[in-house]
Ligand binder design. Sequence first.
Ligand code: IMP
Length: 206
Amino acid sequence: MTGQVCDRQLERGSEIVLASHNAGKLHEFSLLLAETGIKVRSAAELNLPEPEETATDFEGNALIKAEAAAKATGLPALADDSGFCVAALGGKPGVYSARWAGPQRDMSIAMNRVWDEMQASGSVDKAASFVVVLCLAWPDGAYRFVKGECCGQVTWPVRGEHGHGYDPMFVPAGETRTFAEMDESEKNRFSHRGQAMERFLKECVI
Ligand code: IMP
């Protein structure tokens, strides 16, 4: 099975490592998996290095992170990679979504760049989506992906105080409010992450 896509599942009560040093993600995944009895160990607790995300798509980066953590710990590992994809920009910023905020991680820089490039593109297409890919990898090299996507429109000027990242410039399909004008539980009903998590529980846990 080494290096192969598989349809293997996690057993309830087993232990996995979350291949992320982000405390918010650890909390989110631990809550999601609580009902399954799966125990989530963190990359920080296990002192794992953060591999460089050198791939050009979400699957590739999620796999780099999950594979490195599974090999280093001997445990199944879960990683995610996500981003904001704008149709008029050919899917950019995509996997570079975090990098568009610069070394200061200033999201106003990133959102202004998206809007400026949309204006410069000459396109009137406002379609955009948030995408997340989860990768579950085993120490023997087997892995599988679960994807979630939330489609909608770019809006400008930005609106709302909640959320993070590009939330203030994105209105999901069928809504008039931006993600940043919704509270967390409302956003999760639509969101790419909410969808991927639901699928993960259905498809990847027995
Ligand atoms: P990563 O998957 O943690 O590397 O995140 C990639 C980047 O995509 C984040 O830094 C955000 O800029 C953006 N992003 C991912 N998910 C969301 C979301 O739900 N709302 C707003 N921005 C997001």
